[in-house]
Write a protein that binds this ligand. Structure first.
Ligand SMILES: NC(=O)c1ccc[n+]([C@@H]2O[C@H](COP(=O)([O-])OP(=O)(O)OC[C@H]3O[C@@H](n4cnc5c(N)ncnc54)[C@H](O)[C@@H]3O)[C@@H](O)[C@H]2O)c1
Length: 472
């Protein structure tokens, strides 16, 4: 199909967008989008029904299509996902969004935009709560400084929630602690992560790479931490095949690289989801429980890929004596988690900060045990540096095991104003038919092998997380 010239008026059935612009190079200055009256009316109706978020989303889609057209990329109104993300995050997209919302008197909710997640991370000191966490983490891991010193790491999924804390930690150790600096190759394809160039320096190097493809490097590698994965149900139902592949094919590629590089240790982040919906007799759940998992349910692409990933790790350990370790995190939360991740805690906090009722699926009786991010990252490094080759460890905080309804009440009470908790029908089969009823780890194996103890209570972690959500 012929490309649309930037100066063309763009009209598409159903969603006509009029974009005025003359030169591609000047697009960012000149773009203006006007909505037809009837569309505006429709959006206003939606705004009343769905609140600001739904409304902003509609306008953003509108803008994305307009900008893709203006830049002459294609005359198909739907840009490919990576382009769409770029456009949505572009400064002109935010400017237009603000203008459009201003025009009809709807406030701009900055917390819902992706770029708000990256921008404040420019320096650690701007994020008091993360800076404090990293300092504490460094202190808790002080017995392992020698294991970091001068070592070469490769981290996949390095720009995800857990990965970024690790990168912040390596940077902090290099800047403040280690005489011989650690280095790291940081791999991510940004299917759910956010790029943060600012974290990088000559020791911490980013490689945009999809681990579903083989990866090779001339660099020596001491440690591989394989964290790439699609962890949130909202995203793994959207990308089920990529989810399967990253846990299986991606893990295989990393194991092969580890064998070739003769690493000191390889760590695979599996998941508590390998236990599926555990038999109540096995809650708190120990590593020897084999799970109650559907092979073809809505969660299977994630659960089964983590299970098979573990199987491959065990085989590489047995066949090549590769020093693999497996961790199974249980509901990690904390500063830096994607606000639009849709996992239960960020979802509640986002609603609470918008003074909207907290949506609890059904009676909210299912339980979870939440682990603050600093505890999770500390435990992961302790396992990585241990001698527990071929072993799997639960990572989590067993106390408290709390129902989703109690959690909602806790979040609501943490707010300085009144927030309601409401029952809703689960929006998707992944929650409606296959949400595990109880989730609580037995972490005695981890404690025995690594001397780890969780240090953050749920109340402390929650308070820190809310603080970060407010600071953004
Ligand atoms: N956070 C939790 O509570 C939790 C619980 C259990 C397991 N885990 C596992 O721990 C790991 C990290 O979790 P997280 O919360 O930081 O997740 P996250 O989604 O925030 O980060 C995962 C990162 O992996 C990247 N990624 C995904 N597919 C990739 C691919 N094919 N190639 C390269 N990069 C890719 C994403 O872009 C993202 O940056 C994941 O493997 C997840 O399954 C997390």
């Amino acid at each position: 199909m012929a490309k649309t010239a930037p100066s063309d008026k763009i009209k598409k059935p159903g969603i006509p967008v009029e974009v005025s612009d003359t030169k591609k190079a000047e697009a960012s200055k000149l773009i203006s989008i006007r909505m037809p009256k009837e569309m505006m009316e429709k959006l206003r109706g939606t705004a009343q029904k769905q609140g600001n978020l739904g409304y902003q989303k509609l306008i953003k889609n509108y803008i994305t299509q307009g900008l893709a057209q203006t830049e002459g990329r294609t005359d198909d109104v739907t840009p490919v996902p990576s382009e769409e993300r770029k456009i949505k995050n572009s400064p002109q997209s935010h400017r237009i969004l603000k203008e459009e919302l201003g025009r009809i008197g709807t406030p701009y909710i900055q917390t819902t935009t992706r770029s708000r997640v990256t921008v404040p991370d420019q320096t650690l000191s701007q994020h008091n709560v993360i800076a404090e966490d990293i300092e504490n983490l460094a202190r808790f891991l002080s017995p392992y400084f020698q294991d970091f010193s001068g070592k070469r790491f490769l981290i996949t999924g390095a720009f995800g929630f857990l990965g970024k804390y690790m990168v912040h930690l390596l940077k902090y150790l290099n800047d403040h602690v280690l005489a011989e600096k650690a280095s790291a190759l940081l791999l991510d394809n940004f299917v759910t992560g956010y790029e943060q160039q600012v974290l990088l320096d000559k020791h911490l190097q980013f490689v945009r790479h999809d681990v579903i493809q083989p990866f090779d490097t001339d660099a020596d590698i001491d440690y591989i931490i394989h964290m790439a994965g699609i962890a949130s149900p909202a995203y793994y139902t959207k990308y089920p095949i990529e989810t399967m592949d990253v846990g299986t094919v991606g893990t295989r590629h990393m194991l092969e690289l580890a064998a070739k590089k003769n690493v000191k240790s390889f760590l695979f982040t599996s998941s508590s989801e390998v236990y599926g919906d555990p038999d109540p007799a096995h809650v708190p759940t120990g590593e020897d429980y084999h799970g109650n998992v559907s092979v073809n349910g809505p969660r299977s692409c994630y659960d089964e890929s983590k299970r098979f990933g573990e199987t491959m790790c065990a085989a590489f350990y047995r066949v090549y004596n590769l020093p693999v370790k497996i961790v199974r995190p249980f509901n990690v939360y904390g500063p830096g988690i994607r606000p639009d991740d849709f996992r239960v805690l960020p979802n509640f906090i986002e609603h609470a900060l918008r003074k909207e009722p907290l949506p609890v699926h059904g009676e909210g009786r299912n339980t979870r045990s939440f682990c603050y991010i600093n505890d999770a990252v500390e435990a992961i490094f302790r396992v990585l540096f241990s001698n527990a080759n071929g072993e799997a460890f639960n990572i989590g905080n067993p106390s408290p095991e709390i129902s989703v309804k109690e959690l909602a009440t806790k979040v609501a009470k943490a707010m300085p104003y009144k927030v309601d908790v409401v029952k809703i029908d689960a929006p998707h089969a992944v929650y409606a038919t296959s949400d595990p009823k109880r989730r609580c780890p037995n972490i005695s194996k981890l404690q025995k092998a690594t001397d780890f103890k969780p240090k953050y209570t749920l109340d402390e972690g929650l308070q820190r997380t809310i603080q970060w959500f407010q600071e953004r």
